[in-house]
Structures are given as structure tokens and as C-alpha cells.
Design a protein around this ligand. Structure first.
Ligand code: HSE
Length: 329
């Protein structure tokens, strides 16, 4: 999971008023798959795989994070943990601090697999921080999107994690915007998750600085088609998920994933690299097609002699996005 870029800590942070101690909130934030083929840096889909965090404000003067689940052993236990850092920076942005914090996180989203684990952590921290603020001081949804996207550095994962379903995001003069689109009920996401990870930074380093007009035009057409296919006509998904901007350039860094995705596409499935990879997302249409996709994934993986394990996970589209619960003491 990526570390948060340096958050400016206000020099006079201790002079800020503290949020009330004894508060107890939980946030559940979903995995997300960005790009979906041609929607590079713009489209993202929320999936029914969730990380959860429970946060208690204390008067202890210390920050303690206990993590369980995916990648838990390597995670910090202090305020540098991504959920805690996002929470603290959200409080500071509103002009508050916490005297003490205790966080219990349960991670289900695999790290470094292109499934939005960093975005889920940032969204969980931002929403928890917002919920701990005094009523009347909380941020509006557009401000939460702006802040979470600024922390992540791009909006394509945090937007669907916040809003659910499909999000189309864009940036205008350093301001992030996003709109939510309903997804056709027949669409069933099937993930193939390798046991190897890849950082988004390394995957981005493989991209060229320019592409041909022909590639850009082809990609624009498929991205437009993809929004229609996801919302109204899933039969168009195999054509609509064809990308010309990033997947081929990144293939050398994730050859088994590229081979699997190409094999699935050759069999007519709408498969893409999930986010910056290396997971492979297949958008099946109906449960029987999802079963066929799982069978095809298993068969292709058996043929491939590349070592390493894979998990095949059938999910659904997360329609609601992250949610916040407040526990009464
Ligand atoms: N759109 C980003 C990329 C997703 O592909 O680099 C990273 O989560």
C-alpha cells in the first residue's frame, strides 16, 4: 500500500481544538478497479470487497493502529498508517486535531494488485475524520472527493470508493470532479488476483510521453462505448474494453497478467488489467457467464507455465460506496 505524500502539518497544530474524546465510528470502504480498459485515469468501478476500520477518539495523547488481514504485518502502528494519516489530515484541514486515537483495521483488499487498497484506506480515513468533526463543521461530498483525490494524487479509485457503482472522473485546474453512473444489473465482475504485486509508480513509469492520434482516437471511441455498455448494453463490453493507451506498454512488467487477459479476450470475454495491475478483471454478463469466465481463467492459468498462485474471486458491483457507522457508547 502506498504511503501518503507528505501532508503539511500545521506548525501550530497543538493549538487547534481537539475533537471530542470517547467517539466511536466505523467506516467500510470498497475495493475499486480503475481504467476498465480504455478509461485510463478516468473510469473506476466499485467492487464488493471491503476494508473496515473502527476508530475511537481518546484523551491518551497517543495514536495506536492495530491491523489484521491482508498485508497487516508490514503496516505501521502509528500515525503514519495511511488510514490514520488521512484521518488526521482531514481533521487538520477542518481546523481540528485529536488528543488520542485508537484504530482497528481489517484489510480484505489485496495490496499492490490494482484493486484500490490505497484509495480505500484514504477514503476510510477521510470519512472517519469527517464523522469525528463537530456537526456543522463537516465537509460536503464534493469537498470530500476533492480532499481524498488530492491525497491519492488521482480521482479514479477514490471516486467510486466514495460513491459506489461506476464513477467517471476528470480534473480541471487542479479541481477533481466525478459523476456516478448506474451499472447494468447483469454485470458480474470476476477477478484474477496474482500473488505478485506491482506498484502504480513502476507501472506509470512504463507509459510513453505521447501516443499517436490514431491510438487516441480509437481509445476515445471505446471509452465512450464503454460507458454505454456498462450502463445499458453489456453485450458491447468485449469491444468496449479494448484499450490503446496503457495495457500493452505495461505488459512487460506483468507478463502473466497480460497473457491471461489476452487469452480471455481471445475467447470473447471483456477482460482488462485492473487499475495499474497486475490483477485481471473480467466483466461477465450474468452468473452463468461468470461461471464460464472462471472456468476459462482456470484453464488458461493451467496452460501457463509461469510460477505463482492466483485467486479467482467472483464479486458484484458495490452500488452504495463507502459507509460510516457511529457507535453510541
Ligand atoms: N489510472 C491509474 C493507473 C490507476 O493506471 O496508473 C492507479 O490506481
Amino acid at each position: 500500500m502506498a504511503r501518503l505524500p507528505a501532508v503539511p502539518v500545521l506548525p501550530d497544530v497543538l493549538a487547534l481544538p481537539a475533537v471530542e474524546a470517547g467517539q466511536d465510528v466505523s467506516v467500510r470502504a470498497p475495493a475499486t478497479s480503475a481504467n476498465l480498459g480504455p478509461g485510463f485515469d478516468a473510469l473506476g468501478l466499485a467492487l464488493t470487497l471491503h476494508d473496515t476500520v473502527r476508530v475511537r477518539t481518546t484523551a491518551s495523547g497517543t495514536i495506536l493502529v492495530r491491523s489484521e488481514g491482508e498485508g497487516a504485518d508490514g503496516l505501521p502502528t502509528d500515525g503514519t498508517h495511511l488510514v490514520a494519516a488521512s484521518l488526521i489530515s482531514t481533521l487538520q484541514r477542518a481546523g481540528y486535531r485529536a488528543d488520542g486515537l485508537e484504530l482497528d483495521t481489517l484489510n480484505v483488499i489485496p495490496h499492490g494488485r490494482g484493486l484500490g487498497s490505497s484509495a480505500a484506506a484514504i477514503v476510510a480515513g477521510v470519512l472517519a475524520g469527517n464523522a469525528l468533526l463537530p456537526a456543522g463543521e463537516r465537509f460536503a461530498p464534493a469537498q470530500l472527493l476533492q480532499w481524498a483525490a488530492s491525497l491519492e494524487g488521482h480521482p479514479d479509485n477514490v471516486a467510486p470508493a466514495l460513491m459506489g457503482s461506476l464513477a467517471i472522473s476528470w480534473e480541471s485546474g487542479r479541481v477533481y470532479h466525478s459523476t456516478r453512473v448506474d451499472v447494468h444489473p447483469d454485470i458480474v465482475p470476476v477477478l484474477a488476483v496474482p500473488d505478485t504485486s506491482l506498484s502504480t509508480e513502476s507501472a506509470r513509469a512504463l507509459l510513453p510521453t505521447s501516443v499517436s492520434h490514431r491510438s487516441a482516437a480509437a481509445n476515445a471511441g471505446r471509452a465512450a462505448l464503454l460507458v454505454h455498455a456498462l450502463g445499458a448494453d453489456p453485450s458491447l463490453l468485449p469491444a468496449a474494453t479494448q484499450d490503446a493507451l496503457h495495457q500493452d506498454f505495461r505488459a512487460p512488467a506483468m507478463l502473466p497478467s497480460a497473457t491471461l487477459m489476452r487469452g480471455m479476450r481471445a475467447e470473447g470475454f471483456a477482460s482488462t488489467i485492473s487499475g495499474a495491475g497486475p490483477s485481471v478483471l473480467t466483466l461477465a454478463v450474468g452468473e452463468s457467464d461468470a461461471g464460464a469466465a472462471e472456468d476459462a481463467l482456470h484453464a488458461l492459468l493451467e496452460q501457463d507455465e509461469t510460477p505463482g498462485g492466483w485467486r479467482i474471486i467472483r464479486l458484484a458491483v458495490e452500488r452504495e460506496g463507502a459507509n460510516v457507522g457511529v457507535h453510541q457508547g
